[in-house]
Ligand binder design. Structure first.
Ligand code: PLP
Length: 413
């Protein structure tokens, strides 16, 4: 069930009034539903059924410790995209075997740490990186489990900035070169080739590109098998979209079942790395109206205390988020653009919207902001990193308090 729903005059998160959270913690504040995180992990597991699979939640979407702990307890492992995300996963209770390490530009220190820890798989991005992983494994006297990320030259159909599977994109190695690269790297005694990896983009609302990518890596796995190299798993990345507006998006279980249909004849374990599809609908950003002013054309600007420094997606991708008042108000809807306070003309959350009687102090919820929301927030204009709240079992608690100016300045001279 969608967590952010009205109850009487109040918009709630799992029946906890968002207005009460805003009154207590202030705004901007992210609110997360633990129940939604659990439900979405459970739906994915159900879709895979008894087919061998592993869910590695993509930490880049939202790596708040409390979020990661809920996901882990629900049976999700993690996909880390940096050394720091590996450390977050460990602090959240993951063990190295729970961690897949991905990333287009791994530093020598990150590779060294991942090898020393013995993470489940390092998804390598190039022949050179495989060499560096082998060298690190040699130094540590160990064997590193690796997969090669391949670029299948398949269009995801989503926004160009979140498409990653064409040869013009920087990710992975062209699939046409992969067989030779794996054959060469597999000769290293310090590498164990456990998988192939593909991730062609994010916010995909159709399953066809995902099916095509899976088919491409299965073909490659077969070729490698013919060469005497048998991988154990296919890491099919993340990428399933969510309904930010009225898009029709395949449900989680249908997505999982579609992947199983393709992979089953190979018998290989499926690894997936969903981020947005797990965390997106589980979060909302609460913000307060700080100004309302006429545009001169009969419509209004409604200015919030949160902008692109708290939620970058609208400015970065022109992304759409529903925005609703957290308390029902009498009065005719007012046509408006809902904007942030940052000194950039791209700092706009919603154009051509309407809000009921917007006045200073009104609290609104920017919905479906659980993924790539807080994780992409910044100190631009010296905004504090926002507070974060977890709603769980009818209660709520602050899981990250609002940053202070002193904390922002702590690393400066
Ligand atoms: C390698 C990789 N895996 C998983 C993900 C998660 O994608 P999504 O949030 O669309 O599921 C990403 C996101 O960009 C990624 O780059």
């Amino acid at each position: 069930m969608y967590a952010f729903r009205p109850s009487g005059d109040e918009l709630t998160c799992d029946d906890v009034a968002l207005a009460a959270i805003a009154a207590s913690v202030g705004t901007p504040t992210y609110v997360y539903s633990a129940a939604t995180l659990r439900e979405r992990i459970a739906a994915l597991h159900a879709g895979f059924g008894d087919y061998p699979h592993a869910l590695h939640y993509a930490l880049k979407a939202n790596s708040n410790l409390a979020v990661v702990r809920v996901v882990r307890a629900a049976g999700g492992f993690v996909d880390a995209n940096s050394g720091a995300e590996i450390e977050v996963a460990l602090r959240a209770g993951c063990v190295p075997a729970d961690i897949v390490f991905t990333g287009v530009g791994k530093t020598p220190a990150e590779i060294d740490r991942a090898v020393a820890l013995g993470v489940k798989t390092i998804n390598a991005e190039s022949a050179g990186e495989l060499e560096r992983i082998a060298a690190a494994a040699r130094r540590h006297g160990t064997v590193a489990p690796v997969a090669l990320r391949v670029n299948p030259d398949i269009a995801s159909g989503s926004h160009p900035h979140i498409s990653t599977g064409l040869v013009t994109h920087k990710f992975g190695v062209p699939i046409t070169k992969a067989r030779a690269i794996v054959r060469e790297a597999a000769a290293h005694a310090e590498l164990r080739f456990v998988g192939l990896h593909v991730h062609i983009g994010s916010q995909m609302v159709g399953l066809d590109p995902l099916r095509r990518a899976a088919t491409a890596v299965i073909g490659l796995a077969q070729e490698l098998h013919d060469d005497g190299i048998s991988v154990e798993h296919l890491d099919l990345g993340g990428g399933l979209g969510i309904a930010y507006d009225d898009e029709s998006v395949p449900p989680l279980d249908a997505y999982a079942a579609a992947l199983v249909d393709i992979v089953r004849p190979s018998g290989l374990t499926v690894v997936v790395e969903p981020g947005r599809a797990v965390a997106g609908p589980a979060g909302a950003l609460l913000a307060s109206v700080v100004d309302v002013k006429p545009r001169g054309d009969g419509t209004w600007f409604v200015v919030l205390d949160a902008g692109m420094s708290e939620l970058l997606r609208p400015a970065l991708y022109g992304a759409y988020h529903r925005i609703e008042a957290v308390t029902a108000r009498d009065g005719a809807p007012v046509p408006c653009d809902i904007v942030g306070p940052i000194c950039e003309s791209s700092d706009v959350f919603g154009v051509g919207r309407s809000l009921p009687a917007p006045t200073v102090g009104l609290v609104v919820a920017v919905l479906d902001a659980g993924a790539y929301g807080s994780a992409m927030s910044s100190n631009y204009n010296r905004h504090a990193l926002p507070a974060e709240v977890m709603v769980d079992g009818g209660a709520w608690r602050v899981v990250r308090r609002r940053q202070t100016v002193e904390e922002q300045l702590m690393c400066e001279e």
